[in-house]
Design a protein around this ligand. Structure first.
Ligand code: NOJ
Length: 755
């Protein structure tokens, strides 16, 4: 049924929604993506040579200027220390500006740098283009639920096309922090809890932003963040201490950064937190030993917002001057917003605390990147009014946003045949998020505008659905006085769809929650709706796993929609009405209660694994050990059955591989996309190993009745880990292979790696 699309067209929305067009567009994007994956970025010899020659002409103050990044006064995400950024540009005291966009404004600032300073060095323009510039895609956690790497690369590509059209050449993305604690608001910005999936998504996003050639006008520098282990903040409280073993750091938290580096990312952002008692912006183990020496990273390291200054309250330096010394000697090239290099770096060099060579090395990275971007050839090449008009928020981009939102939706529960909704039914559309444009953008939405968003209510109305609407309550506060209006709407309809969740500000930076249940009077709303006895569907919008134990018991169906972006409304309505079949899979575990947190699928067995009949085993007195919804979980409107795993051999040596295949059959009556997941458990290791680790997945689309043989290949690299002496290798022995539709419902087979 194409009626949502047609009706939106009739309704005068900027429309889009023609499947043929989408297919054509996806095809052309996939050709581009294939090309882009062929090149891994390196700074060229020419860029280094030109950087060196310019460096020779620079004063110490000019060098420090290049190492300084200030925000404009457009958007601010922390203390504003320097209101006079325009004066600083004119004085040659700043090398990059963030939070300024549109080609017109950025060209004005660029003109000041290029035409009114002694050396005329062009500025970099950065911004948090995290899940779209103006066309807003689902939040990264939601998009990660698609497990669709090509789609994720494509939305990053589009974000870069739009951002570069609007005068930007640098994004502070992707955020690749592994997040195992849903109390932490920033889980919304990453790819979830898993290192393997997170690493693939990290590389896909870098390729998307940076494209095939960073010298192209429609590509932007990516900045992988927050290096490192920010997601391990204790108790999920933002900016908090991180204290993890080197093994956990390297095995769980670092690989997505390494994947970004291998994909050619040009910049890294340091994290706010400390790791093993050293704040990341002064941490030479992270910045020198690992990033530069082990990984050979050749790009630029920028701090997070005032994180050099924050080493003073961290208690590792006494004042900002010492902080400057610690940061630059640790390997930080650019100071974001702290004005610490600006105020103290030249002085520290003059006092012999920092060498000129150290400063020069940082400036070389920055200048070489500016050369590589082509800014010295044409400082105004990023953005133009024409490009903005043609490329920003284009119809083609909205098409992709719709597809991306659909693929991010995860069906968590569907009973009593609640979904899909038959077109003949009347629908009560209720709840605080049924018609709330702004909240659907989530957080870090670039230049996304609430007015652009199509809400679920708008999409229902556009298809002429028989709708009764009432908001009922807000997402926060205590006011229950309007719940009765939602009940009146519910009583008139055949089925109730309640849009509940969090508001956008509850996710992202400085948005930790100690209670991860639905906030405000929303449970009271659901109770009142349930009392009508009508089928009750919940559509959730939120930026983190929520404790849904109560909700599961009080509704018929739950569709997790995250913050779905500009085209979220039509995407949700397509799925609710059965035009599209939900195919998202959770990239992060949903706990039964906050007391289980941190809970993640790749946990270890312990010496006293759970035994219901033995008190002295690892468990709680008041809640089960299992999660409410496991990692990798998601339902669809089809039924999929799995055959038995078949192995090409059961023993193999380090030079061989094992092929593992499984037959999947769609026994339902609608086409579906199934994500077949492969996990590995190393049964005995020189150190304790997780009970399962994702090592592969494949998405197959199956028509009703269709069967497909899905094949994986496992080699020694898939079995490697940091052994007792911290070498990365696989140890001979038995491995359990687990195959299934999610991390819980797996079938197993055993293989042996011989000596
Ligand atoms: C602070 C955030 O932690 C970081 O992710 C962001 O890129 C910067 N502010 C700049 O906005």
């Amino acid at each position: 049924m194409d009626c949502v699309k047609q009706a939106l067209l009739v309704g005068g929305y900027k429309n889009v929604i023609n499947r043929l067009m989408i297919k054509k567009l996806l095809l052309s994007f996939s050709i581009l993506l294939l090309l882009s994956s062929l090149s891994a970025q390196q700074l060229s010899d020419r860029a280094w040579a030109r950087a060196d020659s310019l460096l020779g002409q620079m004063t110490l103050d000019e060098k420090v200027g290049q190492m300084t990044l200030f925000t404009s006064d457009w958007v601010v995400t922390g203390p504003t220390l320097r209101p006079g950024y325009r004066d600083d540009i004119l004085a040659g005291k700043v090398g990059a500006i963030f939070n300024a966009h549109t080609s017109e404004y950025n060209h004005q600032l660029q003109k000041m740098a290029v035409e009114e300073t002694r050396l005329g060095i062009p500025l970099l323009f950065g911004y948090d283009v995290v899940h779209g510039y103006r066309t807003i895609f689902p939040i990264p956690l939601g998009e990660s639920a698609s497990w669709d790497l090509q789609g994720i690369e494509q939305t990053a590509r589009i974000a870069a096309v739009e951002a570069s059209a609007a005068g930007l050449n640098w994004t502070f993305a992707p955020m690749v922090d592994i997040a195992r604690d849903p109390r932490w608001g920033r889980v919304a910005e990453g790819a979830g809890e898993d290192t393997y999936l997170g690493s693939l998504i990290s590389a896909a996003r870098v390729r998307g932003f940076q494209g095939q050639n960073i010298g192209d006008e429609n590509t932007i520098l990516a900045c992988v963040k927050h290096y490192a282990a920010y997601g391990a903040a204790q108790a999920g409280r933002d900016y908090n201490t991180v204290d993890i073993s080197d093994r956990t750091l390297r095995e769980i938290y670092l690989p997505p950064f390494k994947a970004a580096k291998d994909a050619g990312v040009y910049s890294f952002m340091t994290a706010f937190n400390d790791v093993d008692a050293v704040p990341c912006s002064g941490n030479s183990y992270l910045l020198q030993d690992i990033l530069r020496k082990e990984w050979g990273f050749q790009g630029m390291v920028v701090t997070d917002y005032t994180s050099i200054n924050e080493m003073v309250p961290h208690g590792i330096v006494a004042n900002n001057a010492e902080a400057a010394t610690l940061a630059v000697n640790a390997g930080v090239d650019m100071d974001m917003q702290g004005a610490v290099y600006y105020d103290y770096l030249a002085k520290q060099v003059k006092e012999g605390l920092v060498s000129v060579e150290t400063v020069d090395q940082s400036v070389r990275y920055i200048l070489a990147l500016k050369y590589e971007l082509g800014l010295f050839d044409d400082p105004y090449r990023y953005g133009s009014k024409e490009r903005e008009a043609e490329e920003v928020f284009s119809q083609a981009h909205l098409n992709v946003a719709l597809e991306s939102s659909i693929k991010s939706l995860v069906l968590l529960k569907n009973e009593r045949g609640a979904l899909p909704i038959s077109a003949s039914k009347s629908i009560a559309v209720v709840g605080p998020l049924a018609d709330n444009k702004a909240e659907m953008l989530g957080n870090w939405f670039g230049d996304g505008r609430a007015d652009d968003v199509i809400t679920p209510l708008m999409a229902f109305r556009a298809i002429g659905a028989d709708v009764y609407y009432a908001k009922g309550c807000e997402t926060s506060g205590e006011d229950e006085s309007r719940i009765s209006e939602a009940v009146v709407a519910a009583e008139q309809a055949d089925i109730i769809v309640a849009f509940v969740g969090e508001s956008g500000y509850m996710s992202g930076e400085a948005a930790s929650r100690s209670d991860i249940t639905l906030p405000g009077p929303q449970r009271a709303l659901i109770s009142a709706l349930e009392a009508t006895g009508k089928p009750l569907v919940l559509v959730l919008m939120n930026g983190r796993p929520l404790d849904l134990s109560w909700e599961v018991a009080h509704c018929d169906a739950i569709l997790e929609a995250w913050f779905p972006g500009t085209m979220g409304g039509p995407a949700i309505v397509e799925v609710l009405m059965g035009e599209a079949n939900p195919s998202g899979r959770l990239p992060i575990t949903f706990p039964r209660s906050v007391g289980q947190v941190p809970i993640f699928y790749n946990a270890k067995n312990t010496g006293r694994p759970f035994d219901a009949n033995n008190k002295y085993t690892s468990k709680y007195l008041d809640v089960e050990n299992t999660p409410l919804f496991p990692f990798g979980f998601g339902l669809s409107y089809a039924e999929i059955t799995y055959g038995k795993p078949v192995l090409s051999k059961t023993e193999f040596s380090a030079s061989e591989t094992v092929k593992i295949s499984i037959r999947v059959t769609n026994t339902g009556d609608v086409a579906t996309t199934e994500t077949v997941q492969l996990y590995v458990h190393d049964l005995v290791g020189s150190v304790t190993r997780p009970l399962k680790e994702l090592k592969g997945f494949q998405q197959v689309t199956l028509a009703p009745g269709a069967t497909q043989q899905v094949e994986f290949e496992i080699g020694v690299n898939d079995l490697a880990f940091y052994t007792r002496d911290m070498t990365w290798k696989a140890e001979p022995g038995d491995f359990e292979i687990q195959l299934g539709p999610n991390s819980r419902d797996v079938q197993t087979a055993t293989i042996k790696l011989t000596d």
